[in-house]
Write a protein of this length. Structure first.
Length: 240
């Protein structure tokens, strides 16, 4: 094989270095684009089940868990008991939780008498909680106030990061209140939308009512103290 001239050798080294730089740049771009994938992996974290007692009904292919906690990532569901058909199947199943139900997710919490939690593709997909009433609470970043809500039914959508309060819905930001038949609160954006239910009849039932407490400022004592001169109205009381 003929020896390469110094110029040819230099050109070949430059070509190799250019290819190496291109490969490193490509790898860097892949790492950067993998950031959202890492975030998505957090949602697909392993599902952990912790229970004080377990009963398996092989004849009916059902399972009962007592004093149970089921968690995935930052989502945690606790209750006195949980029932499901199909055993410990989270691929596509519905679990019914009852007794002191508590759901924690994205800095917020839901409490109720009963909850139906749907799992899809081994992910917690949706939680529908019911109670007299069911309640929701989330600390609002940067303020001393908290968003609190109550309704007969609350639906938490994990992908959208929203809670929908249905039927006799009430929501407060710590100073003002909003009532309606359907309130949708975005946990991540801390934003609320009030809508009439599609199946509600026209008239007062489908309207939205906002109650503004005079003189209450965000984070002020009058907005947060239970003994303030102008206490928040009772969310379970009928509208005046």
């Amino acid at each position: 094989m003929a020896a390469l001239s110094p110029n040819a050798t230099t050109k070949r080294l430059v070509t190799v270095l250019s290819l190496l730089c291109a490969l490193l740049l490509l790898q860097g771009n892949r790492s950067a684009s993998g950031a959202p994938a890492a975030k998505a992996t957090a949602r697909s974290a392993p599902i952990t089940v912790d229970a004080a007692a377990t009963e398996v009904d092989y004849r009916n292919n059902a399972i009962l868990l007592r004093d149970v906690t089921i968690s995935q990532g930052d989502i945690r569901v606790q209750a006195d008991e949980a029932r499901a058909a199909g055993g410990l199947n989270f691929e596509n199943s519905r679990w019914t939780f009852s007794g002191n139900v508590r759901i924690r997710a994205e800095g917020g919490s839901l409490t109720s008498d009963r909850a139906v939690v749907s799992f899809a593709n081994n992910l917690i997909d949706r939680a529908t909680v019911t109670g007299k009433p069911a309640a929701f609470e989330q600390a609002r970043g940067g303020t001393a106030d908290a968003a609190r809500g109550r309704a007969e039914t609350i639906i938490y959508e994990t992908a959208a990061g929203t809670v929908s309060l249905l039927d006799s819905a009430w929501l407060s930001d710590g100073r003002n209140e909003i009532r309606g038949e359907r309130l949708i609160y975005n946990i991540r954006d801390q934003r609320v939308q009030a809508r009439a239910r599609p199946d509600s009849a026209a008239g007062e039932q489908g309207r939205v009512r906002i109650i503004i407490q005079p003189g209450a400022q965000p984070g002020s004592q009058s907005a947060t103290r239970p003994d303030a001169q102008t206490p928040p109205s009772d969310p379970t009381a009928p509208p005046p």
